[in-house]
Design a protein around this ligand. Structure first.
Ligand code: SF4
Length: 282
């Protein structure tokens, strides 16, 4: 990686969160193809991600050797000006139970509630296109996060049109199996007649396939998936695959197979991303 690229990364990560792990670095990125490699572009910050005036401001402070507090003050101002929840995500679609708001839950679509479990509000690595960055930057008043599974169960029971719950984050599969089970098992135990599907939005299959292979609690995670399927509730991982290179790794293929063996479905979704997959052949 050349010096200019390194400097840009250092400047941009003061403003936008950057996180990558050794699996992505060692197995998904082709370093001979950097900076054009699609997974590099997917995970490493670039100068173009900031408005020129924001880039110059932070670069100038770093050049002057400004202290951490001064840089943080400037970055806080930039964060606020970026209007992190442009569609009013924090206030809109918040459900109420017994007249009280249910934080960490959104009821945007008639059949589906979105649930943001509190321990799942980070990811194994961060995608450069992610709009959930306020959840990763400590802008705490903007964080979704729920510990209110019992209240959510009441809400689902009171709204028979709800058939789906989508666990989202961040990535709920950064949670330990124990924490995930503490959220999922009460849903199963409640035997909600209208709840047909549990979906988990995750990029763990490609950012950390070991979650399903060799983490301390991988076996328990797959057993939890089996329990959901056995209960008659449909379980689907809403995987993010942004580029076919992500499927080249044998670890990713093994992880997919393990998940499929539990009876869970794997579906995928990806936006069309410039410099990553905006090509008909890809
Ligand atoms: S995996 Fe999803 S939530 Fe996590 S950084 Fe990527 S897009 Fe955002």
């Amino acid at each position: 990686m050349n010096e200019e690229l390194k400097r840009d990364i250092e400047i941009v990560w003061h403003v936008l969160p950057f996180k990558v792990n050794n699996f992505v670095v060692d197995h998904l990125i082709n370093w001979d193809n950097v900076p054009n490699d699609p997974i590099f572009t997917l995970t490493f910050p670039r100068r173009e991600m900031l408005l020129p005036q924001h880039y110059e401001k932070v670069a100038g402070l770093m050049q002057q050797g400004a202290d951490t507090r001064t840089i943080k003050r400037t970055v806080d101002g930039i964060h606020t000006s970026l209007n992190p929840h442009p569609t009013g995500q924090v206030d809109h679609n918040v459900p109420y139970v017994n007249g009280n708001p249910l934080p960490g839950v959104q009821h945007k679509y008639r059949q589906t509630v979105l649930y943001f479990p509190s321990r799942g509000q980070t990811s194994h690595a961060y995608c450069t296109f992610c709009f959930r960055w306020p959840q990763f930057t400590g802008m705490s008043e903007l964080r979704f996060a729920s510990r209110e599974i019992e209240l959510l169960i009441d809400y689902i029971r009171e709204h028979p049109k709800i058939t789906d719950i989508l666990f989202t984050g961040g990535d709920p599969l950064v949670m330990s199996t124990k924490s995930l089970a503490a959220n999922i098992e009460p849903l199963l135990d409640a035997r909600l007649s209208n709840l047909r599907r549990i979906r988990i939005g995750t990029k763990a299959l490609t950012y950390w396939p070991f979650r399903f292979l060799s983490d301390n609690d991988s076996t328990e995670l797959l057993a939890l998936f089996r329990r959901v399927v056995k209960s008659g509730v449909h379980l689907a991982l809403m995987a993010h695959f942004n580029h076919p290179n992500e499927l080249d790794s044998p670890f990713v293929r093994d992880a997919l197979q393990r998940v499929r063996e539990t009876g869970a479905e794997v579906r995928t979704q990806s936006p069309i991303l410039r410099h990553i997959n905006d090509d008909a052949d890809v």
